[in-house]
Design a binder for this molecule. Structure first.
Ligand SMILES: *Cc1c(COP(=O)(O)O)cnc(C)c1O
Length: 462
């Protein structure tokens, strides 16, 4: 195209002001505000200008097209980066995908707390200021029979607060086999350093004896700490004293036994074919003086760090200035309280998604997978149902998994298929194994099934 022609096309492009007067742009200003609308129109005009200059466009776009491009630009500019996805990985507590999905009651409680005012720090009978910490704590002490409880914003904060308030400037004894790193950069030695407590490592990586602990106790010892291995397992020639043995030793020396239990399991996982995970109650009944755990792993609630234990110790934590910095918000307290209520009313397995997924019978998963595979085959897609394994994830129950039946899809390019699925309106996350794309029904929520199947068809036939 000659230079003159290019110049004349450029001259045909309207001004931003002209476009702002179109009916569509007026609507955009109402929806998105003037400043972003102007910016989007500029972006649209810039794009049109470059395409004329590069010779790609042989005519100037109509105003309606320019404004429509601006609208698309704005929509993608404002699209939330935190968006819902479909988890087809079979990893139940998937830290990268937001850990525990919440029960219907927990979601309602969060909405109720969000939309108006609440008794967060208000005592209705007296009309006086109340305490934010009472809400979930009553439920926690009823459930665990601990003397007292405290909720903070995650378990890393719970452990930090526990060590800072009880052990700063003193020694804490821990087994070398427990100097663990949990996902997301939570390392026991680093948390210990941050708290100002001095780490006293005893034993070896694979074996620590009760006498190792006993020999390390001095007048500077503040506590014995046990950290649940959570995400790894030492197999073979390994041993550690039990919690009960350590509690007895600690108490003989007037020391507290602190236990970072991690997962927040309140129910026994062994009836569902998983290895037994020590529960919060196991920790307390073995004699731990304080137990710390997460709200959004096996407890199945919102992100939170929970501490239960002796009244006198919890009181010291509540008074510490750090408690204010790690305090929990009202939405979390609302969701956590509703989640804990499921355990009290004995419907946790039916109502809490994490437990419903763990408890889901293999036959039910199998027949769901069969239905989905048949629907895909009808559309000419190569799908079959094969044996698979689901895992609990979230750094709990390492090395154990649940048998599952998964849909295996054969496509020419599985990596490209996976990438297309991640670009769907509700992105689908799955696994690739032996050149096939796998979807595990265990972690698919019932309301996601139709949209999942539509996306699989859409991307497989694309
Ligand atoms: C997960 C875990 C943590 C960290 O908990 P967050 O709630 O993720 O902060 C700490 N300790 C143990 C043993 C854990 O399993």
């Amino acid at each position: 195209m000659d230079k003159e022609n290019t110049q004349s096309l450029l001259r045909e492009l309207p001004s931003v002001d002209r476009l702002l007067n179109t009916a569509m742009a007026v609507d955009m200003m109402l929806a998105y505000g003037r400043s972003l609308t102007v910016e989007s129109l500029r972006a649209s005009l810039d794009a049109a200008r470059s395409s004329i200059l590069s010779g790609k466009a042989s005519y100037a776009p109509m105003n309606a097209v320019l404004v429509d491009d601006a609208r698309l630009w704005l929509e993608s500019y404002l699209a939330p980066t935190l968006q819902p996805v479909i988890n087809g990985t079979g990893v139940i507590v998937h830290t990268n995908l937001g850990r525990a999905p919440l029960s219907a009651a927990a979601r309602t409680a969060i909405e109720d707390a969000a939309k108006g005012y609440s008794t967060l720090e208000y005592d209705l009978p007296s009309g006086q200021r109340g305490s934010r910490t009472v809400h979930a704590e009553q439920l926690l002490t009823r459930l665990t029979e601990a003397e007292a409880a405290l909720v903070v914003n995650n378990n890393a904060a719970a452990v930090l607060l526990m060590l800072t308030a009880l052990c700063q400037g003193k020694e804490v004894i821990i087994s070398r086999g427990q100097l663990v790193e949990i996902g997301g950069g939570f390392r026991i030695p680093d948390v210990m350093a941050q708290s100002g407590a001095k780490l006293v490592e005893v034993g070896t990586t694979n074996r620590t004896h009760l006498r190792d602990y006993a020999n390390a106790i001095t007048e500077n010892t503040a506590a014995i700490l046990v950290a649940h291995h959570s995400n790894y397992k030492i197999i073979g020639f390994s041993s550690e004293p039990t919690l009960a043995e350590l509690a007895e030793l600690a108490h003989e020396h007037n020391l507290p036994l602190l236990y970072d239990q991690g997962s927040g399991a309140l129910l026994d996982s062994s009836p569902f074919g998983l290895e037994p995970e020590p529960t919060v109650l196991d920790g307390l009944s073995a004699g731990a003086d304080m137990v710390a755990f997460s709200g959004d792993k096996l407890l199945g609630g919102p992100q939170a760090g929970i501490l239960v234990g002796r009244q006198e110790l919890i009181a010291r934590l509540k008074k510490h200035p750090l408690a204010r910095a790690v305090r929990v918000d009202k939405l979390c307290l609302a969701g956590l309280s509703a989640t804990l209520t499921h355990y009290l009313t004995e419907n946790a397995i039916e109502e809490i998604p994490v437990w419903r997924m763990i408890a889901r019978p293999l036959t039910e998963i199998g027949s769901e997978a069969d239905t989905w595979a048949a629907r895909l085959q009808e559309r000419g897609i190569r799908a079959e149902v094969v044996d698979g394994r689901s895992t609990v994830g979230g750094g709990s129950l390492p090395g154990t998994s649940l048998p599952s039946r998964v849909v295996a899809i054969t496509v020419a390019d599985p990596d490209q298929f996976a990438s297309q699925l991640r670009q769907e309106k509700v992105p689908v996350i799955g696994r690739i194994q032996d050149g096939r794309f796998l979807i595990d029904p265990r972690t698919i929520l019932p309301e996601q099934v139709e949209i999942l199947l539509q996306s699989l068809v859409h991307c497989a036939l694309a």
